[in-house]
Design a protein around this ligand. Structure first.
Ligand SMILES: Cc1cc2nc3c(=O)[nH]c(=O)nc-3n(C[C@H](O)[C@H](O)[C@H](O)COP(=O)(O)O)c2cc1C
Length: 218
């Protein structure tokens, strides 16, 4: 079995991976990871406060988040990070777009948009950026981007913050796409709200494996 030497760390959060081509263990039994996965939950969207990760810590989280299965190594995604007071400028523009695109949405909805990024100290937009002409189907590229999103939540939780994946109206708005600078082949996979939990979530209903799993019987 491969022995991995973790030399320097990319931050205090995660070890650096070895150089490309170095062996890595294919199996990594870990009680803590099993418990972590079995008990994972997202934070409620109104239960996140400061502190959030610093710039270095955000980069470390995103580096780990990108460590996903990716057919033909296209890395068909990118991120846009909103942190600090500058993030409020985005939602001020978003409110104007909301008013133009959904004039009947109501003042409460417009206020929610204006204050959306106040819900967490760090908000990260995950952009699906597939190569539509590549022989890897776009669907597979999008699945890989979804894996990045989930991995970001896992990395966030494991590093001590709470997180929540939201699309809301923003991810489907032509005006927001333009504001963010999406190309015609790109879509928003979601906004990841990251901070410190002010309230622990409760367990929610989970799918019954009997209703979801079939064993091929020939
Ligand atoms: C792609 C995607 C978009 C989502 N968008 C929203 C949303 O806009 N609003 C919302 O309340 N929950 C949204 N959710 C659900 C929450 O992120 C979260 O998964 C849900 O509250 C269940 O919590 P859990 O992750 O602990 O199971 C979305 C989830 C996914 C995967």
């Amino acid at each position: 079995m491969a022995e991995v030497c973790y030399t320097t760390s990319m931050s205090s959060l995660f070890p650096n991976p070895p150089a490309t081509g170095h062996s890595l263990p294919a199996t990594r039994p870990a009680d803590a990871v099993r418990a972590f996965l079995a008990l994972r939950r997202s934070a409620g969207k109104r239960t996140l406060g400061p502190p959030g990760p610093s710039r270095d810590e955000i980069e470390a989280l995103l580096t780990v988040a990108m460590r996903v299965p990716d057919h033909r190594r296209l890395a068909p995604w990118r991120f846009l990070v909103f942190s600090g007071p500058e993030r409020m400028g985005f939602t001020q523009h978003a409110e104007q777009i909301h008013r133009q695109e959904q004039p009947d949405a109501g003042e409460k909805a417009f206020a929610d948009t204006r204050t959306a990024f106040e819900r967490a100290p760090v908000v990260i937009a995950l952009v699906s950026s597939p190569d539509r002409d590549h022989k890897t189907p776009v669907w597979e590229q999008e699945l890989s981007t979804g894996a990045v999103g989930y991995n970001l939540l896992l990395a966030t939780n494991a590093a001590g913050w709470a997180g929540c994946w939201l699309t809301e109206w923003l991810c489907y708005s032509p005006g927001i796409a333009k504001l963010i600078g999406l190309s015609s082949h790109e879509r928003l996979a979601g906004f990841f709200y990251i901070g410190t939990a002010t309230l622990d979530p409760q367990e929610r209903m989970r799918p019954d494996p009997d209703a979801k799993v079939t064993f091929w019987a020939g």
